[in-house]
Design a protein around this ligand. Structure first.
Ligand SMILES: [Zn+2]
Ligand SMILES: [Zn+2]
Length: 397
């Protein structure tokens, strides 16, 4: 028998009452019902907000798997991890990834943690879009950012976040007061990029560790997330390195970049072969290198990303990987969804609505304290054209 969570109505009361019945239930969009998956029988496609994540289950949604020069089908890097205990985590939030996050219509009151692998724009470019978009869409608590230090203070995560807040000072001030005060805040945890498998986060049965990656400059890292006997590894960008091989062992899902091989990269970008070889095999990991790493780590599933999987690129990448690795493999696409339990790994594509809006917000968001709204100065307001009169304001319910 299918077990339903009662469909939320658009009233805030219904949202609040459901949240107390199901401690881990997400705030669903109006008109959506969520069903428990029974006997491991998943629908062929993943329709967001129609499945209740099992209490022992982990779900990884690829929000972006491509390059800095994005395509419609492959935006920059981001992975969204949801756990059966209700926790949610973002690993990187590259340019374009927030569009895919929003298309999943998640409960933004719970999207308050993002972990940066490094500060390239294809990994952090949508950070302010996440901060402001989430704040507008249900987050009434601070956004928590975890990321590495850099070779100098100004090259670290804290400096990046401070710079973003400064650059968007005007935007942030316009929204202050209209939106919950606490949601405006950003809390940064910067840790030593050289730490080896040290804990950077440990709450609610979830442990996240980091180790160094080798990429472009000092200040790039990989992460593992362990919870309930399951382990997900997020590689970030890296040349094949000894730390990954050592600390990614026992991963259920081991993700690692799997760049285009030199020849395909040269053709795709119109580069000469020397430049393509340097980028693909000295800054990044070509498919054969990815395969070698996975042969050493032997995860339950190897997850390669960081390319645009056009048919010819896909072929070149697959051939490279299969020259060095014959284990379970997924080459990640945007909006691919992986459900992981102890017994099963299921890889599907999400089916999303191009015009989907985020779900309605919770009572906690509606009631969260707000200071006074801002407006333009009197000298600017004096310029309002008297040829237009706005309709009267309806009374607040
Ligand atoms: Zn990078
Ligand atoms: Zn990258």
């Amino acid at each position: 028998m299918l077990k339903y969570v009662r469909t939320f109505t658009s009233t805030a009361f219904a949202v609040a009452s459901i949240c107390t019945q199901f401690a881990f239930a997400d705030n669903l969009p109006a008109g959506r019902a969520a069903v428990e998956i029974e006997n491991g029988e998943y629908p062929a496609s993943y329709f967001p907000n129609t499945e209740i994540l099992g209490k022992d289950e982990l779900r990884i949604s690829s929000l972006g798997t491509g390059m800095p020069n994005q395509t419609k089908a492959a935006v920059s890097i981001s992975f969204f991890v949801e756990l059966g205990n209700g926790d949610k985590f973002l690993f990187d939030i590259g340019s374009g990834a927030t569009g895919n996050l929003f298309s999943l219509r998640p409960d933004f009151s719970k999207i308050d943690k993002v972990f940066f692998s490094h500060l390239h724009v294809d990994h952090v470019g949508d950070f302010m879009g996440l901060h402001v978009g989430g704040w507008l869409s249900g987050r009434y608590t601070p956004l928590r950012v975890f990321g590495p230090s850099g070779g100098t203070e100004e090259l670290g995560t804290r400096s990046y976040v401070q710079g973003m807040q400064q650059a968007y000072a005007w935007d942030l001030q316009t929204r202050a007061g209209a939106l919950p005060d606490e949601g405006a805040k950003i809390e940064v945890t910067e840790f030593d990029y050289m730490q080896e498998n040290e804990v950077v986060y440990q709450e609610n049965g979830v442990t996240i560790r980091s180790w160094p990656a080798i990429h472009s400059l000092d200040g790039s890292v990989s992460y593992s997330l362990e919870w309930n006997g399951l382990k997900y590894v997020f590689g970030g960008d890296t040349y094949p390195n000894k730390w990954y091989v050592k600390y990614a062992v026992d991963a259920d899902i081991a993700s690692h970049e799997c760049f285009l091989p030199p020849k395909a990269l040269a053709e795709y970008f119109g580069w000469d072969l020397t430049q393509a070889t340097y980028v693909s095999t000295r800054i990044h990991s070509e498919p054969a290198a990815f395969g070698k790493v996975m042969s050493a780590v032997e995860p339950r599933m190897a997850l390669g990303y960081h390319s645009v999987l056009s048919p010819e690129n896909y072929q070149a990448i697959l051939e490279g990987v299969r020259s060095t690795y014959d284990g379970p493999l997924t080459l990640a696409r945007d909006l691919q969804v992986i459900n992981v339990t102890k017994d099963k790994i299921v890889v599907r594509e999400a089916s999303v609505d191009d015009y989907a809006l985020p779900p309605s917000v919770t009572m906690e968001y509606i009631n969260a304290p707000r200071s006074e709204e801002k407006s333009p100065s009197d000298k600017v307001n004096a310029g309002k054209w008297d040829g237009y009169t706005p309709p009267p304001m309806p009374e607040r319910k």
